[in-house]
Write a protein of this length. Sequence first.
Length: 295
Amino acid sequence: MNFDGLSAFPITPMTADGRVQSDALARVLDRLLRPGLGSVGLLGSTGTFAYLDRAERRRAVAVATEVLGGTVPLMVGVGALRTDEACALARDAADSGADAVLMPAVSYTPLTQDEALSHYSAVAAATDLPLCIYNNPVTTHFTFSVSLLQRLAALPRIAAVKMPLPVTGTVAEDLARLRAALPDGFAIGYSGDWGCAEALLAGADAWYSVLGGILPDIALRLTTAAMGDNVAEAGRIDAELAPLWGLFKTHGSLRVVYAMARQMGLTDCEPPRPILPLDDATCREIAAATEPLAP
């Protein structure tokens, strides 16, 4: 697991009572068997991990390991409120054949930096799998200081960080600040699909992508162009995706990608309640934005 290139984050189709739709998940994952894909990020935010219990998460990982068959590295989200639960989820992922784990700082009571350090230290020690830090302050309301990232990067098996797009300044400036602070070889990637062409052109190691989990071909083309310093081609593809980026930002990428999955016939499920499906007018906008992107 090198934590580089395109990391595709699929949805986890489920019933209204939170049971994974194994057949639908297999259809979603089958689309990700693409040469050159860096990894699949199962049970991330797009995979609605927080809405699934431990048994259903195990079910999802079992489906993924069967479909991917080791041809694409599998990174499994193990976010949980309690440290012992996150450790158990990490062991489940390892036992099922995952190649890495991804963990956000999930909490109800806001965590201190030292509490986060203790939490990540315990989960990193629970298995032999490399761990990617998931820095997602919009959802978790926790921000990793550079000092905390330095302390975590010094621990065995903590090998990468999934960063949000910076609120101020450029991605290049943010990446330079992190590169100066973190050890050589520590992988730094970004999420926030509409900014990841910029991130890859700036030298980020990975794009952690919602788009990649539903339309992997065009996401791979953008990744290849940007990582190959083909500025013109990366800009062309990014401009082609601009209508979809606008929908992601307006409605939330999770809601949009569920509508896309339904339109593509991959599943008939809706997002887990209380998240509501998008209205018909917005779904028509999504269809208009995605139709030109089909291979």
